[in-house]
Design a binder for this molecule. Structure first.
Ligand SMILES: [Cu+2]
Length: 231
């Protein structure tokens, strides 16, 4: 206040009373903006401190705060598992997204896939994103720990075993799951691997078919795509 008074008095005596009146207004406005600037610096400081504290907390818990997002676009290039005949189906396509907030934490997976036959369809992460021979060249279910095929809620399952998606009468399947096994971080990251949609339901290893314990007998590979990290 002292400073602004001196300032007004000094310039006021130079410009006269009317000029001083205008300068008082300007000085008050300047003070106000100065104050707001100080406030916003303080706000930013508070936010930095809060973020810093959270970061320290995550690191203490052994989690590093590096959220990763990934997307998989499913290509309409389906082939049955035999790989011999082009699969005769409407064009199946869609988008699958992945989000893992913390290392070793769960991953949120959302999808919207269209062009499906009504009902359940096996839905997995497969080992490779090699589509040189359509979806057939994408390899088996991603299984880095050498487990038997199972369902998403089993402890004995492949990392890639996401069970089934279900399409409605319009051939659309849309949904979200949180999965503990699918990782975007670390050695078992699914980035660079593929998502696969099958023609038939995955029996989750319990169907008694000779393929139940490896593929869930989920039939042809009707759509697949690479899981790519978002920029
Ligand atoms: Cu599969």
């Amino acid at each position: 206040m002292n400073n602004s008074f001196t300032f007004v008095l000094g310039w006021g005596s130079f410009f006269g009373a009317v000029g001083a009146g205008m300068l008082i207004g300007r000085t008050q406005a300047d003070d106000y903006h100065k104050m707001r600037k100080v406030e916003s610096i303080q706000l930013n400081k508070d936010r930095d401190i809060a973020l810093g504290k959270l970061k320290t907390q995550w690191q203490t818990e052994g989690k590093i705060y590096t959220p990763i997002k990934a997307t998989c676009e499913l290509a309409p290039r389906g082939k049955p598992c035999s790989g011999n005949v082009e699969f005769d189906s409407p064009v199946v396509k869609g988008i699958v997204t992945f989000f893992q907030k913390t290392k070793n934490g769960p991953t949120a997976i959302t999808w919207k896939i269209t062009g499906l036959k009504e009902g359940a369809h096996g839905f997995h992460v497969h080992e490779k994103a090699d589509f040189s021979n359509g979806c057939i060249s994408a390899g088996p279910h991603y299984n880095p720990t050498g487990k038997t095929h199972g369902g998403p809620n089993d402890t004995e399952r492949h990392v890639g075993d996401l069970g089934n998606i279900v399409a409605n009468a319009e051939g659309i399947s849309e949904g979200k799951v949180i999965d503990e096994y699918i990782q975007l971080h670390g050695d078992h990251s699914v980035i660079g691997r593929s998502i696969m949609v099958h023609a038939d339901p995955d029996d989750l290893g319990k169907g008694g078919h000779e393929l139940s314990k490896t593929t869930g007998n989920a039939g042809g590979r009707i759509a697949c795509g690479e899981i790519r990290m978002d920029q």
